[in-house]
Write a new protein. Structure first.
Length: 394
């Protein structure tokens, strides 16, 4: 494989990580006064099987729904498409969009801030549900080949820039500077500020330094990828984020891409009504129904996670990971998918209780028996609304 082939593969992987939503992603207190405590005890004792959960004097409806069973891969894909929304731009959409010429001016203002002089755009389109930053966007490019040129997305409803990509930098062959994480944060914040977001609206969650395989750059880091999550109290929302990929050459910042992403996952800013300790008790009780493993230690954090069916399916499957269903397609290919899926594109605040086990005798029928797992306990209702195998952190 040539250096050019390697560079293409690396960039594809990076773009896929940045730009594509994983539809399997998952996520989402009760008891303040005497009545709340009494009901809490009852709810814990019954495994939270009642239709509603009381928190203090408030009544909250259950949020978790049993997963849907898909009879075919086509049925699953159809549901996913419907959840993403139509891409047809209607007359009503056109009427609520800002003037295209104003959007072009705004696009060039953003480019000028990056040191890129006014550009002539060859593609000027109003698109719907095309990128994750907004439902309606003006999409401008300087090259008809989507793998080349500069691409800018403008929110068509408010005229603000939400995405930028410079594909002209891919094979520039420059020698990147080696900079510290502190310098990375400083430079990234400068790019972040170009979007005119509120101060402290987003917080850095991750800084990645992928290896570079571009020609003349072998052995050096070519870019930094910095991801900001939107802040809601103690929790950060991964479904609302800003992602920036850049490099520094001779002290000058060169931006590969920068964009605001709002995935098709509705966030419910649900109030915290149960304590961390109560959530841990709920999670450990649920875990006993899934496995007889001896718990070694746990760590609990408040997070924003998507409702999902993983814990439900583990419980139904005797603690074993559910197997993928295989289905032959018309073109001869075979697809594998979970036939049970949660159809709720909803994220909520949860106590994520990460449970680690003492290693026992291997189970030939369950090779993942001792993998650590996270159980998501809704901070409002106390329900277990999902979970994840996060043993990779080990």
């Amino acid at each position: 494989m040539t250096n050019e082939d390697l560079s293409k593969n690396v960039l594809k992987r990076v773009k896929r990580k940045i730009a594509i939503s994983n539809f399997e992603k998952e996520d989402t207190k009760m008891f303040k006064n005497k009545i709340g405590k009494m009901v809490a005890t009852f709810a814990l004792a019954t495994g939270l099987t009642v239709g509603v959960v009381f928190a203090g004097t408030m009544v909250y409806e259950r949020v978790f729904k049993e997963p849907k069973k898909y009879e075919s891969y086509e049925e699953l894909i159809q549901d996913i498409k419907e959840s993403q929304g139509s891409q047809e731009v209607t007359k009503e959409d056109e009427e609520k969009a800002v003037n295209m010429e104003e959007a072009i001016v705004e696009a060039n203002k953003f480019l000028n801030k990056l040191g890129i002089e006014n550009q002539e755009f060859v593609t000027k389109e109003l698109k719907k549900n095309y990128i994750m930053g907004a439902e309606l966007v003006y999409y401008f490019t300087t090259d008809t080949n989507l793998n080349k040129g500069i691409h800018v997305g403008i929110n068509a409803e408010n005229g603000k820039c939400i995405s930028f990509e410079n594909n002209n930098l891919v094979h520039s062959g420059f020698e990147p500077d080696h900079i510290s994480k502190e310098e990375v944060t400083k430079r990234s914040d400068e790019i972040y500020n170009l979007f005119d977001l509120k101060e402290n609206e987003y917080k850095i969650n991750e800084i990645l330094e992928p290896p570079c395989y571009f020609p003349d750059n072998e052995g050096n880091s070519a870019e930094w990828i910095v991801t900001y999550y939107k802040v809601y109290g103690e929790a950060l929302n991964q479904f609302e984020r800003v992602q920036i990929m850049f490099t520094v050459v001779n002290g000058e910042v060169k931006v590969y891409s920068a964009f605001i992403a709002n995935e098709n996952v509705e966030y419910k800013d649900n109030p915290v009504q149960i304590t961390k300790e109560e959530a841990e008790k709920i999670a450990l009780e649920k875990d006993k129904k899934i496995t007889d493993n001896e718990v070694d230690w746990i760590i609990t954090k408040q997070q924003i996670r998507q409702i999902n069916s993983w814990i439900y399916l583990l419980e139904q499957n005797g603690g074993k990971y559910p197997e993928f269903k295989e289905e032959k397609q018309a073109d001869g290919s075979t697809v594998r998918y979970n036939e049970y899926q949660t159809v709720q594109n909803i994220a909520r605040k949860v106590w994520s209780v990460n449970i680690h086990y003492k290693q026992g005798e291997p189970d030939p029928n369950n090779e993942k028996k001792y993998n650590s797992k996270s159980i998501f306990v809704d901070v409002t209702t106390g329900e277990v609304i999902g979970g994840a195998d996060e043993s990779y952190w080990d």
